[in-house]
Design a protein around this ligand. Sequence first.
Ligand code: AMP
Length: 280
Amino acid sequence: MLIIKKINQLNAHITKLKQEGKYIGFVPTMGALHAGHISLINYSKEENQITVCSIFVNPTQFNDPNDFKKYPITIAADIEKLESAGCDILFLPDVEEMYPNQNFNSEKIDFGFIGNTLEGEKRPGHYDGVAQVVEKLVLAVVPHKMYMGQKDYQQVLIVEKMLENRKIPVEVIMCPILREADGLAMSSRNVRLDAISRANALALSQTLYQCKSAYEAKMLDNSFVSNCIKELEKMGIGVEYMEIRAQHTLLPVTNFLEKDLIILIAANVGGVRLIDNMIL
Ligand code: AMP
């Protein structure tokens, strides 16, 4: 696997590969790689001759400076995992390469409701940072397709809007959420859960599965959802939101019998903020 740290070197290399007719798939990450990330690499390898992964812990998307400081960094292990997965190129820029002279400003995009609700509401500025860094990364790689996880569902919608707004013709492929054997959505943040919180965290995916079963039985309603939230809170889980929304717009819905719904949850479990979701 080639490790490239500079944008101009990456650009030149990719241009050459494209001249040879190669299709380029791109998987942006913040490292601390787990099987969920590697599943994205595998999807990209199925559809492209060259797979590029980036690892960059982007300072501008952390609304909480403590979360940024505590973000796990496991670069040697990440490189090993990418090599065994058969990733072709790792783009590993530093902050100066992505934000020369500490210039963290860039023109913001108005994402409307999708940018201001759920994660956008709870983490002000988060999606501005995500859109900013993904635009820079996509312009550095210029892939044909990029692969993102449904785990960060709202982020996928934001990135699609950013690409549309900036007129960057890259197709986004949303890949399914990889879960631990017991159902917990894989996340780089899971390593910060102590034993008790790890056991409690399981309740998040279990609740989503319960809601999905209730939806399929046409029994999902507001009181079902508020009971679920109460049960989680009894366990000491701080639910930031658990909402049923329209899949494509994220608009609130009143009738939970409709099609194309998604349930999304964010919760604090033992001091670790976790998110999960399920398409209904
Ligand atoms: P991150 O390193 O957390 O920024 O994640 C990089 C990419 O991996 C994003 O597109 C995430 O949605 C995706 N991802 C994270 N966790 C999972 C998972 N459990 N299953 C599938 N994709 C994931």
